[in-house]
Design a protein. Structure first.
Ligand SMILES: Nc1ncnc2c1ncn2[C@@H]1O[C@H](COP(=O)(O)OP(=O)(O)O)[C@@H](O)[C@H]1O
Ligand SMILES: [Mg+2]
Length: 245
């Protein structure tokens, strides 16, 4: 994959098999191509910039209409974005079912924060119609809300691109656990680009596979435990560098 026809390829010879409903953690140095891999999934950049094929559910994404593709693949970027407006608007507007939304907000630990929002529409009593004041919410809360928005769309694939990189550890655990819980309940595939090796290790318990990217290639792929034990392996080296501080 390249970003423009006249630019060099940023992903080369990437061959990954990600079973439906599984979790894959993607690690690698800055510039190794992690975000590009996520971009390739939603067909950004456009035609002519990719070679080879990328199959989702056995179907080449090139043949899937973009709007449909992006409905089924939710991408959660590093910077949480919230809309100026009500919680409901942030959760998909009219498509947002109150009972689903509240159940999810409770599981994310956001229900109280939403209940305490100032009233937007006279007589509405805050809640889902409360106006979101981004200043009053922490970055972690905003990322949880962004996750709620993504999850309520019931994507088949959830991609977290360093979505927790700027959060404190408690919020980070909360977002990752929420993504995992959702994935288990909805049989959703989760691909998470993680900045800290420790996270890939911690989630090994979930049978998560780890892929190490290096200069646009997949250097290694396998269960974290197995890769850690590989003498001189790419992941083992990352773990060592990490524990050396
Ligand atoms: N929008 C873009 N246009 C052109 N080149 C890009 C763009 N985004 C990333 N790149 C290049 O692609 C390579 C991989 O970057 P990226 O996928 O962002 O890596 P990572 O997410 O692992 O840090 C880098 O050389 C980067 O400069
Ligand atoms: Mg990136």
């Amino acid at each position: 994959m390249r970003y423009r026809m006249d630019l060099p390829a940023v992903l080369r010879g990437v061959n990954l098999d990600i079973p439906a409903g599984s979790r894959l953690a993607v690690v690698g140095r800055t510039g190794s191509g992690k975000s590009s891999l996520a971009a390739a999934l939603i067909r950004y950049p456009g035609p002519g910039c990719t070679a080879g094929s990328l199959l989702v559910g056995g179907r080449d994404v090139k043949t899937v209409p973009l709007a449909r593709l992006r409905r089924h693949i939710a991408l959660l970027p590093q910077e949480p974005w919230v809309l100026r407006g009500s919680v409901r608007e942030n959760l998909g507007g009219d498509a947002c079912v109150d009972s689903d939304a509240w159940a999810l907000l409770r599981s994310l630990g956001l229900a109280d924060a939403v209940r305490n929002l100032p009233v937007e529409i006279a007589g509405s009593g805050g809640g889902l119609d409360g106006k979101l004041s981004t200043a009053a919410w922490s970055r972690g809360q905003r990322q949880l809300l962004a996750l709620a928005r993504a999850v309520l769309r019931r994507p088949a694939i959830l991609v977290l691109d360093e979505a927790t990189a700027s959060l404190d550890e408690a919020s980070e655990q909360r977002v990752l656990a929420a993504a995992d819980n959702h994935a288990t309940a909805a049989h959703c595939t989760v691909i998470s680009v993680v900045h800290r090796v420790a996270i890939a290790l911690a989630h090994d318990a979930h049978d998560r596979q780890v892929a190490v990217l290096d200069a646009g290639r997949v250097a290694e792929v396998g269960p974290a435990r197995e890769l850690t034990a590989r003498d001189g392996g790419a992941f083992a080296r990352l773990v060592q560098a990490h524990s050396a501080g």
